[in-house]
Design a binder for this molecule. Structure first.
Ligand code: PMP
Length: 375
């Protein structure tokens, strides 16, 4: 099997699964309980929190654990707006993930003025266009760090500066799901940051939200920023995955980029294959989006599946929806180019050999399927 759908989810590391198991079986205590065995579990969770904070250049108390990035995005947007007085403008990137995009959009029904920040042809938010949208009454700007379908990297530092200069009251939320650990990021460049463990070899159903000190945020009950029994297996599983990534940070980033460049070069050799999004060397190291003209993405996906190569036509969240791909449309990628789009997403454990083998299978299937193209 060649698994090239790591932006949808990754295989959980054995060390992460082992850690989760330990906190389900032997060290299962509720960290808020009063006996000393529970205090040990609490200590472990606090050490995990400190490591996660370190990875973001943040402070431990700025980390709120969640059930994943869908919750983190929801909590950031609704928690920030709940804590503010008065309505105003909300700006959402045109290519945001539905878990941020739909939440912001829905506020228009409550009297907010919701506008979209357009992206350029590479899928990155157009900073000049965003700047013209910033008004004094802007309350929130939600722009992702890395786009999950094409790997475009947004200039979060410049976006943060522009927002704070034009609308000092506004908060900036960054969906960091596809960028965390893969592309450098410093929490000083946002007010909120969402991440999810299963995108970097941790377990599913656990993630975090960074909330900058001093930024008003209405979370769970009373003083709690998030209610509920602490998910110790998830948190400790995620911590093992963070620890592994941090121990190999540059090596993992370099290796994924080397694989991506090799794959891009191999695929560019196939007739009528176009790369969507940024130039491969400029995007995130793990996401490559290509269009194989004349072959529908779903048809290619299933042909590759039969050869045990797993890819996607877009994000899993939009893969089952009929009609247009919102992300590619926003970039101006339409028609046959949109229909033929495939997303290939990598992890540090893919190999250069896999990049050669996958490209050879794609070339073979493209030649085969094009013979049956309706004219
Ligand atoms: N944001 C982005 C950019 C994503 O790619 C995803 C996962 N597809 C999410 C948010 C949602 O993350 P989770 O699965 O943890 O809810």
């Amino acid at each position: 099997m060649i698994y090239l759908d790591n932006s949808a989810t990754t295989r959980t590391l054995d060390a992460a699964a082992d850690a989760a198991r330990t906190y389900m079986t032997t060290r299962f205590f509720n960290p808020s309980a009063a006996y000393s065995a529970a205090a040990e579990t609490e200590k472990a969770v606090e050490a995990a929190r400190a490591r996660l904070a370190f990875a973001l250049d943040a402070k431990p108390e700025e980390i709120v654990y969640t059930s994943g990035a869908t919750e983190s995005n929801n909590a950031a947007i609704s928690g920030a707006l709940k804590a503010m007085r008065g309505k105003g403008r909300l700006i959402v990137g045109a290519t945001e993930h539905p878990s941020a995009y739909e939440v912001v959009k829905a506020y228009s029904r409550q009297g907010y003025d919701v506008v979209e920040a357009p992206v350029d042809s590479t899928g990155a938010v157009d900073l000049a266009a965003l700047s013209t949208l910033l008004t004094e009454d802007t309350r929130l700007v939600s722009v992702m760090q890395v786009n999950n379908e094409v790997g475009a990297v947004n200039d979060c530092a410049a976006i943060y500066r522009a927002v704070k200069a034009a609308a000092p009251e506004a908060v900036v939320h960054t969906d960091g799901v596809q960028g965390f650990l893969k592309v450098p990021f410093d929490a000083k460049d946002c007010d909120f940051y969402a991440l999810s463990a299963h995108k970097f070899h941790g377990p599913k159903g656990v993630g975090a939200l960074y909330v900058k000190t001093g930024v008003r945020f209405a979370g769970g009950q009373a003083e709690d920023r998030r209610s509920g029994t602490t998910n110790t297996p998830g948190i400790m599983g995620m911590d093992a995955a963070v620890a592994d990534y941090l121990a190999h940070l540059e090596e993992y980033r370099k290796h994924m980029m080397a694989c991506k460049l090799r794959l891009a070069k191999n695929l560019s050799g196939i007739r009528d294959v176009l790369i969507n999004g940024p130039k491969p060397a400029q995007g995130a190291p793990h996401i490559l989006n290509v269009s194989i003209l004349g072959v529908r993405g779903e048809v290619m996906l299933h042909a590759l599946e039969a050869r045990e190569v797993f890819v996607s036509t877009g994000s899993a969240c939009s893969a089952h929806k009929k009609g247009k791909n919102r992300i590619l449309t926003a970039m101006g990628v339409t028609g046959a180019r949109q229909e033929g789009a495939l997303r290939l997403s990598l992890c540090p454990f893919n190999t250069l050999e896999e990049m050669d083998a996958a490209a050879a299978i794609i070339a073979e299937q493209a030649a085969f399927l094009r013979k049956y193209k309706r004219r």
